[in-house]
Ligand binder design. Sequence first.
Ligand code: DGY
Length: 431
Amino acid sequence: MSDELDNKAVEVLKRNERGGYTVPTARLYPYQWNWDSAFIALGYGSIDRARAWAELESLLEGQWDDGMVPSILFRHDDPDYFPGPAIWQTHTMKQPSPRMPTTGISQPPVFASVMHELVESGNSSDLERAERLLAPVLRWHEWFQRDRSMNGVVSTVHPWETGRDNCPDWEIGLDAVEIDDALEPYQRKDTEHADARQRPRKDQYDKFITLVKFAREREWNQRRFTDESPFLMADPGIHFILLRANRDLLRLAVMVGDTAAADRLEELIDLGEKATEHLWNNELHAFTARDMRTGRFSNGISNASFLCFYADAGSEDQRRHTLEHFARIAQLVKSHVPSWDPEADGFDSQRYWCGPVWPQMNYLISRGLCEQGYHNYAQTVRDDLCQLIEQSGFRECFDPLSGNGCLGTDFSWTAAIWLAWASPNKQELAA
Ligand code: DGY
């Protein structure tokens, strides 16, 4: 079974290859996505190291002069996707001069941690490839701290930037966004390619597009976007992934003897550690999303709440509470880890980030739990994903109650996570 799935996973990656980069899945997501490419590189790490590095390098071709690495690279115009380059219009702006049409927001920066993983499992040629990418990746991390932070806390201006698009985490932030009256009528494509009941609602899409228009009218000046956006929230996903990525980039900087980069990364880590407290929701006893304008916390626990272990963050007490939630939620689902607490408002087992299990999140959560010594929990998260893929194939995400696959099929990051980690042929948990 697992040998057959290993072969199928390789086929999925190859089928989604588009000449130097890989799409998440045909039709629904026909471009290059940021954190998808990083996970795809991780998957390629098990079968073709050169291809793994090429995937990472290709993503940096879209980096902006200010250091930002965008969420999507529009290398061509595909009428099958909305909103494409004509809506974002970043390449028509004078600043900050992206090299190709892209979105104007970023995505969770797992990139440096994937580089580190490839180096750890590789040889000196992997370290040489990583050394070449160190400076641009550091510029990206600095961009988060410089242009996407409020009072030192890295924040987000758009649910799409978090990668967890319609998670109920964002409802309190979206409440403050008035749908722009002058929004041009538009036609969604996602609901033509996938079950509309599993995708974000229409009112959410109107607000997503309103936020794009808002930034476009500010000529994609990122500091202004952050300062003035009606939506500004801190995201435990971006926060913990960035903190971990800074730690991993520091390890790489030390390996190659780049002391200037190492010093700067120590500063970024220090800022990240200080900001962690801002995300602690004392009512729910968990790290949750928080509105940066009002100070309000979101009303539920998401799978991103469990990334504190991955970031090696939080006090003993905070980790204990988080583990209690982890164990409680495990009793409510067939497959761990749902993207939203089944006991919180807004849970929907099949709707995108309102409930489904996400392969890449299980990987990050399990790694963190394992590293912190919670081996049984880490194993559950891995076994559950393995069973989901065996039951339903390489789907985009999975219903945590039934195990059925949701949304995209032949999905690249699911195949990649299988190859790198979830397949029973990968015996040991990375520690
Ligand atoms: C989509 O199109 O749903 C993407 O998640 C946006 O990045």
